[in-house]
Design a binder for this molecule. Structure first.
Ligand code: PEP
Length: 258
């Protein structure tokens, strides 16, 4: 049997509580016949939806994640949400270092590292996002940037903790309405570099086990091609997945053809 393939979406600052509940219910209904040995499905909606989203999710069908998390359990961090608060909502997964957190809201690799450690120490599935800017790509330093983001972001993570670690490669220039998707060959090459770096950090067994997802303007036209690349274990999708019917179609086309 083929390796499990990962499909997830980050709904950014778009869906209300009701929109999120409707989306999750519809996505579960549409995909319930697909064996979860074949796919891992996850949805990452905004903070205000966490409690309701987790109440309607069927744990055997999907994980629900948060888009960010503070790195302390409590304290003088106005506006932050702590791991304890997310556990209280039933959240399974925490995404750290999305490109909009890094480049619009100014987070650093050091901050992402504190969040990664905190999320893993609180037993969340932890999705670290990495990706170079268009400028870094122009300079020809994409691989170096990715290696640095991985080495800094994962500093202090133990081999055992990698069991709950996922990585998404999301080139900044490929994300969102002005993004241009990476070619499957380019994405594959960066995924290969990520795999090499993870093996260097955690050894063969753990390094090979960590799922690597591609994100950045994935759409019905490029999803299958990307999914067929050797080092790509999943697709992390924004706009093209926010309608559950469209998301379901992408999932099925990938499963049929990969
Ligand atoms: C994202 O924001 O993580 C993303 C992948 O968005 P999009 O697919 O819309 O480019």
């Amino acid at each position: 049997m083929k390796k499990k393939f990962y499909f997830g979406t980050n709904t950014k600052m778009y869906k209300t509580i009701q929109n999120t509940v409707d989306f999750i219910l519809r996505l579960q209904e549409l995909t319930s016949d697909i064996s979860r040995d074949e796919i891992e499905l996850f949805v990452i909606p905004s903070f205000t939806t966490q409690k309701d989203a987790n109440q309607v999710k069927k744990p055997e069908l999907m994980k629900v994640g948060a888009q960010n998390m503070g790195w302390e359990e409590e304290g003088q961090f106005t506006g932050e949400i702590s791991p304890i608060m997310l556990q209280e909502c039933g959240t399974d997964l925490v995404m750290i270092g999305h490109s909009e957190r890094r480049h619009v809201l100014g987070e650093s690799d050091e901050e992402e590292n504190k969040k990664v450690l905190c999320a893993l120490n609180h037993d969340f599935t932890t999705l670290l996002c990495v990706g170079e800017t268009g400028e870094e790509k122009e300079y020809g330093i994409s691989e170096e940037v990715i290696r640095i983001q991985l080495k800094k972001g994962l500093y202090g993570v133990t081999r055992e903790q990698t069991e709950k670690l996922w990585i998404a490669y999301e080139p900044v220039w490929a994300i969102g309405v002005n993004g241009k998707p990476a070619s499957k060959e380019y994405a594959e090459e960066i995924h290969r570099v990520m795999r090499e770096t993870l093996i260097e950090l955690f050894g063969e067994t753990a390094g090979n086990r960590i799922p690597l997802l591609y994100g950045g303007s994935v759409n019905p036209g490029n999803a299958v091609g990307l999914s067929r690349m050797e080092h790509i274990d999943g697709l992390f999708i924004g706009r093209a997945a926010w309608d559950a019917d469209n998301f379901n179609e992408i999932i099925r086309s990938v499963l049929e053809k990969r």
